[in-house]
Ligand binder design. Structure first.
Ligand SMILES: NC(=O)c1ccc[n+]([C@@H]2O[C@H](COP(=O)([O-])OP(=O)(O)OC[C@H]3O[C@@H](n4cnc5c(N)ncnc54)[C@H](O)[C@@H]3O)[C@@H](O)[C@H]2O)c1
Length: 351
């Protein structure tokens, strides 16, 4: 049997989910955990029987580490990723890859120059319903895509933005924004998964319900490269909160999805409609609407397994940097539009 690929998780808030995912993944081993906050390191190292580090440079100096998972505050991601590839480590990057296109560009150059692998975490692409919808769109069941409309009416209480690990959230410097960059990035990513790259955006953002700097409510209109139009809103102010929602339509049909439930699927053959409704029509679930830690580790586990195989087989991971960065380019452009009051074009798919 091939030797397991050794992972080190750095940043142990959401990183605790990475630990669980790595422990569950075939072909992967959790070798080490690392956090500046020792109270987060010790319990996880004991639980998984792995090495415990407080200093990132010690992770990078450990010759047994193959892959470094970066799960620190978003504004540190790219710089820590560059350090890791310089130390000869493969990378797994949590969303968002970082908070500016320029920093992600520097990471992309470092990864390309190193020949190392960089896989990205956008686990909602691997949700069975989202995968089935993507396949249906790609095989033409919707016809030409005309509209991709999405919403994320979530709620976060004041405690989420305070305490020893909360004050970076909702800041421009480390979160790169608020409800759209942090919570909404998956929704933007799925919009582009369904509708392809976004070319132009107009946005507004505001702080309405929290004592934070950046935003807790953002709305935008977008134009896709394929000609489709879309709208999105993200918020952490909605009470009662509700699940992520999509309403998409094309020349041959539409679907509407809320949380895990396909509320309407009117496209493709009668057999296809029956199959999709039977599989996804009755599910309930609101994802991480009110609790950021209430997400499933399944998507993370699949991405860890893919990363392990990518390292062993010397191939590109399932979600490479080039694909994961577009959502950040779009959010960055929406904020720029909100600040300037102008439409912003995403040049060559980049902000
Ligand atoms: N995929 C998802 O659905 C999902 C869900 C939640 C959070 N996230 C992302 O995960 C990242 C972390 O979010 P969080 O909520 O866990 O934040 P958090 O503040 O709870 O955790 C970040 C941890 O990183 C540690 N850290 C910072 N710099 C370090 C360094 N140099 N060396 C070692 N440790 C360091 C901090 O001490 C902290 O414990 C963010 O980018 C966030 O957007 C992703």
């Amino acid at each position: 049997m091939a030797k397991a690929v050794n992972f080190a998780v750095v940043g142990l808030g959401m990183g605790s989910h990475h630990c669980k995912a790595i422990a569950a993944a075939k072909g992967a081993r959790l070798l080490a955990v690392c956090d500046l906050d020792e109270s987060r390191v010790r319990p996880l190292a004991a639980q998984y029987g792995c090495k415990a580090y407080r200093r990132y440079r010690d992770v990078l100096g450990d010759p047994e580490v193959d892959v470094v998972n970066i799960v620190t505050e978003s504004g540190y991601h790219a710089a820590m990723g560059v350090q890791a590839v310089r130390a000869g480590k493969h990378l797994m990057m949590e969303k968002p890859i970082d908070i500016t296109p320029a920093r992600i560009g520097r990471l992309e150059s470092a990864v390309a120059a190193s020949g190392l692998k960089c896989g990205c975490i956008l686990q909602l692409r691997l949700d069975a319903c989202n995968l089935a919808l993507k396949k249906a769109i790609d095989r033409g069941s919707m016809g030409k895509v005309l509209g991709v409309h999405a919403g994320l009416p979530w709620f976060r209480g004041a405690a989420y933005y305070s305490g020893p690990h909360g004050t970076w959230r909702g800041t421009w410097k480390l979160d790169g924004g608020g409800s759209m960059m942090n919570q909404g990035i998956h929704t933007i990513d799925l919009m582009t998964y369904f509708g392809g790259p976004i070319e132009r955006v107009c946005g507004f953002h505001a702080v309405q319900g929290h004592d934070i700097e950046a935003e807790d409510h953002t709305v935008a209109c977008v134009r896709f490269a394929c000609g489709a139009l879309g709208t999105i809103f993200t918020t952490t102010c909605a009470q009662p909160e509700n699940a992520q929602q999509f309403h998409c339509f094309g020349t041959k049909g539409s679907f509407r999805k809320r949380g895990d439930t396909l509320e309407m699927y009117e496209m493709g053959s009668p057999k296809e409609r029956e199959r999709m409704n039977a599989r996804f029509g009755e599910r309930v679930g609101t994802g991480a609407a009110s609790d950021p830690m209430a997400i499933s580790s399944d998507g993370h586990t699949l991405l860890v397994e893919d990363m392990s195989r990518a390292v062993r087989e010397d191939r590109t991971p399932m979600i490479p940097l080039a694909s994961a960065r577009h959502a950040v380019d779009v959010v960055h452009a929406i904020y720029q539009s909100g600040r300037t009051g102008r439409e912003v074009r995403i040049a060559n798919g980049r902000g």
